[in-house]
Design a protein around this ligand. Structure first.
Ligand SMILES: Nc1ncnc2c1ncn2[C@@H]1O[C@H](COP(=O)(O)OP(=O)(O)OP(=O)(O)O)[C@@H](O)[C@H]1O
Ligand SMILES: [Mg+2]
Length: 143
């Protein structure tokens, strides 16, 4: 992304993001506390027209959303690894199954289980630049 993303332009950002991400499935969101990972993931899900499947327990580790695209029912997993200790806990929580499910999977605090993410993972780096603006870098590996 060239210019900082402002809070009130997240919908435009989501449009660009999905245009670039195309058929990518696994997205790892890096950034400190309060950087904007959850906010940006929510905007990306909202853009797809997601509905909450799990009933939105705000503090659960794995949230599942459904949406329909080209007449097909699809899923997005939004996963927050923050409260898990290590890779073993991450696997026990069922995160690995989501990551390899073939559904879109967006993960906060991927640093908790770096080995879970293969070279197809899209890494997204978020950094605050001002109160309402964030720098977002997306590392899309070639094809
Ligand atoms: N351009 C922006 N993009 C995203 N968030 C923004 C932006 N500008 C301001 N914010 C605000 O920054 C805060 C980001 O909080 P959020 O919970 O998304 O961070 P987080 O990275 O998920 O933190 P945590 O690691 O604690 O889960 C929100 O209050 C949001 O409104
Ligand atoms: Mg968060």
């Amino acid at each position: 992304m060239l210019s900082p993303i402002s809070l009130d332009r997240l919908e435009n950002f989501a449009e660009e993001f999905w245009a670039q991400a195309k058929d990518k499935k696994v997205f790892a969101f890096h950034g400190e506390m309060g950087a904007g990972k959850t906010t940006i993931i929510s905007a990306l899900c909202h853009y797809k027209g997601t509905k909450d499947v799990t009933g939105s327990p705000t503090f659960s580790i794995i949230n599942e959303y459904s949406y329909s695209e080209n007449g097909e029912n699809k899923k997005i997993f939004h996963i927050d690894l923050y409260r898990l200790k290590d890779e073993e806990e991450v696997v026990q929580a069922g995160v690995e199954d989501c990551v390899y499910s073939g559904s879109v999977c967006m993960v906060e605090w991927p640093e908790k289980a770096p080995d879970l993410f293969d070279e197809k993972t899209v890494h997204v780096f978020i950094e605050p630049v001002s109160e309402r603006e964030r720098k977002v870098e997306i590392s899309l590996s070639p094809a």
